[in-house]
Design a protein around this ligand. Sequence first.
Ligand SMILES: [Fe+2]
Ligand SMILES: [Zn+2]
Length: 339
Amino acid sequence: MFNVASRFCVCRCFFTHNIFLREYNLHVKYISKTQFLTDYSEVLTSRGCSKPEELIPQVEAEVKRRHNLEQETLERCAMVAREYQPLHPHIYTLQPSFLDKRFLELVKVAGEADQTAEGIMGYMQSHRERIYSFPVFTSEFCRTLVEELANYEQSPLPKGRPNTMNQYGIKLDELGFDDFVTCLRTEYLQPLARLLYPDWGGGQLNSHKAFIVTYREGGDVDLSYHYDNAEITLNVALNDDYFDGELYFGPMRQEEPSSQRLGYSHQLGYGLLHRGQQLHGALPISEGIRYNLIIWMRSSAVRNALCPMCNEVPTLEPVRGTGKGDGFTMTFADVCTAL
Ligand SMILES: [Fe+2]
Ligand SMILES: [Zn+2]
């Protein structure tokens, strides 16, 4: 007898593509030394790099980090679970009381039978290009979460980087917030995404990657123009005691480049929902520390057809254990014994 099972995967391009060279603001592909120097020597030289070959150890270290990522993440999760003393243990399980009443109302209305995207517009702010904002968390919850994050940051425990572009921040799975985010995604965000982005798998979101980004002087102060490895992104502002740091949006990555930018200033507790592949960036902050919660929501139904990172049909590699990889899935027939 056969059972059809599915396993989460990464696309093999994860080990070769989109390696970010911060100093030169350049994403590169790395197959071999020769390919790297052939493809990038000219552009790197034009950006002030006198010896592109000297970047190779840095690029190879990033490739190695990606190969070891899954194992190292598991080890860090286990270590945090064992050794970290939470400051506010009660916030690790999502409660409706953490959520703004207006958000609860929006989600309730979105879940009504025969609801439409137009039917929920009055409950959100609609920016152009299908970008929406609405209150998500109470300010009390945001304050408590930021305290928890600062406590964890100050602990000596090892921390993984959220992604190649943000050096500073916290991976929420490593801190033990994975069930929290799963609940937020499935119970609250999915009803909205289903109406707002049916063409981006909004009704079939089945995994996520969630992290906190922090911006401060001496750390990451801004974020270059990019798109996310996600179908739909939620970005929630967790504090407001900083200056500047506006977000800006351009067209979708597949569209004609445009110099038009849509600016957005964060509001405490508010989330901004957008398609992951809409180009965006963050302007520098000038004072203080900015904490934002980012949830990259993924639909394997969408990404299995086209990998957003290499722009090809993904070459799938299953992840071991319970990891969700980059949200791709592979189905296979599993032999099971009938009793
Ligand atoms: Fe982003
Ligand atoms: Zn790919």
